[in-house]
Design a protein around this ligand. Structure first.
Ligand code: GDP
Ligand code: MG
Length: 297
C-alpha cells in the first residue's frame, strides 16, 4: 500500500514503554527560498498540508512562506502512533543584505530548548511535551557550484543545535552525472568548511551483510537528491506523485529518479530514534550545560 510510511518498525529501536505513549518527532526544513521546501514536506508525508493553498495564478505564485509555520499530524501504522510535527520556515537569501537571515530559525530552535529546560526543572517533569527540533533538512540549490557562502554560514550557525541533513533540491533539473558530481563537491565542501552534519551511527558488527550494504548506500547518498511534487500523476494504470514534463514523467518515489525513498526511510523507519537520541544527548545537553554555567556565574 502506497500510504504506508514505515515507522511501525520504530519499536525495534526503543523500549516498550515508549511504544504505549506513542512517538513524537519534529522535523524542520530550511534553506534559500524557492527550493521546494514546502513542496517536499507535503510530498514526504502524503497529506496535503497545503490544501488551503489555492490554484496558483500569476499573483499567487510569488507567495512564499513568510513565517515559521508549525504543522502537526497524527498518524498510526500497525497500531503504532506517531505525532509528527513539521516546521516550515521562510526561505532566506532574497534580501540585499542577508546577514543573519537565518536568525529566526536559530531562535526557534533555542526557544524549544529553553522551554524544555524550564519544563524539566518544573513540577510536571513526567509529562513534558518534547517540542525540540530533531532534524533539519537543509536545502541546497541544484543550480550553483556547490555551497553558497550563505549556506555555509547558516549551517554553521545551526550545526551545534540541530541534526542537519543536507539535501540537493529539485534534482529533476540535473542529469545523473551532474547529481553525482554535485554530491561529491558538496560533501567535500562540508568537510572543508568544518560543518558538522548529522552522522549516521556506525553499524553494529553483528549486522547482516544486507543491512551493512544498505547502510553504506545511505551514507554514500549524502546530500540526498530530492524531488517534490504536489500532484498525483496517473500513467498506465498506476498513480504516483510526479512531475510532468513535455519530454516525460518524473516519479518522486522512483529510486532511479531521486533519493526520496532513501530519505523518507531514513527519517521514518531507520534513524528516527537516533535523531532523537542525538538531539537529547548532544545538542540539548550542550544547551543545558551552557544554561547552568550562565546561572552559576
Ligand atoms: P520553498 O520556498 O522552498 O518552500 O519552495 P516551494 O515549495 O514554495 O516551491 C517553489 C517552486 O518550486 C514551486 O513552483 C514548486 O512547484 C517548484 N518545485 C518544488 N519542488 C520542486 C522539484 O523537486 N523540482 C522542480 N523542478 N520544481 C519544484
Ligand atoms: Mg516555503
Amino acid at each position: 500500500d502506497k500510504e504506508y510510511v514505515g515507522f511501525a518498525t520504530l519499536p525495534n529501536q526503543v523500549h516498550r514503554k515508549t511504544v504505549k505513549k506513542g512517538f513524537t518527532f519534529t522535523l524542520m526544513v530550511a534553506g534559500v527560498s524557492g527550493l521546494g521546501k514546502s513542496t517536499l514536506i507535503n510530498t514526504l508525508f502524503l497529506t496535503d498540508l497545503y490544501k488551503d493553498r489555492k490554484v496558483p495564478n500569476a499573483q499567487e505564485q510569488i507567495n512564499q512562506t513568510v513565517d515559521i509555520v508549525k504543522h502537526t499530524i497524527s498518524i498510526e501504522e500497525k497500531g503504532i502512533k506517531l505525532r509528527l510535527t513539521i516546521i516550515d520556515t521562510p526561505g532566506f537569501g532574497d534580501a540585499v543584505d542577508n546577514t543573519e537571515s537565518w536568525k529566526p530559525i536559530e531562535d526557534y530552535i533555542d526557544q524549544q530548548f529553553e522551554q524544555y529546560f524550564r519544563d524539566e526543572s518544573g513540577l510536571n517533569r513526567r509529562n513534558i511535551q518534547d517540542n525540540r527540533v530533531h532534524c533539519c533538512l537543509y536545502f541546497i540549490s541544484p543550480f550553483g557550484h556547490g555551497l553558497r557562502p550563505l549556506d555555509v554560514a547558516c549551517m554553521k550557525a545551526l550545526h551545534e543545535k540541530v541534526n542537519i541533513v543536507p539535501v540537493v533540491a529539485k534534482a529533476d533539473s540535473l542529469t545523473q552525472a551532474e547529481v553525482y558530481r554535485k554530491k561529491m563537491k558538496i560533501r567535500e565542501e562540508i568537510k572543508q568548511y568544518g560543518i558538522n552534519i548529522y552522522q549516521f551511527p556506525e553499524c553494529d558488527s553483528d549486522e547482516d551483510e544486507d543491512f551493512i550494504k544498505q547502510d553504506q548506500i545511505l551514507k554514500d547518498s549524502i546530500p540526498f537528491a530530492v524531488i517534490g511534487s504536489n500532484v498525483q500523476v496517473e500513467s498506465e494504470g498506476h498513480k504516483f506523485r510526479g512531475r510532468v514534463y513535455p519530454w516525460g514523467l518524473v516519479e518522486v518515489e522512483n529510486p532511479a529518479h531521486s533519493d526520496f525513498l532513501l530519505l523518507r526511510n531514513m527519517l521514518m523507519r531507520t534513524h528516527m530514534q537516533d535523531l532523537k537520541d542525538v538531539t537529547g544527548e548532544t545538542h540539548y545537553e550542550n544547551y543545558r550545560a551552557q544554561c547552568i554555567q550562565n546561572m552559576t556565574r
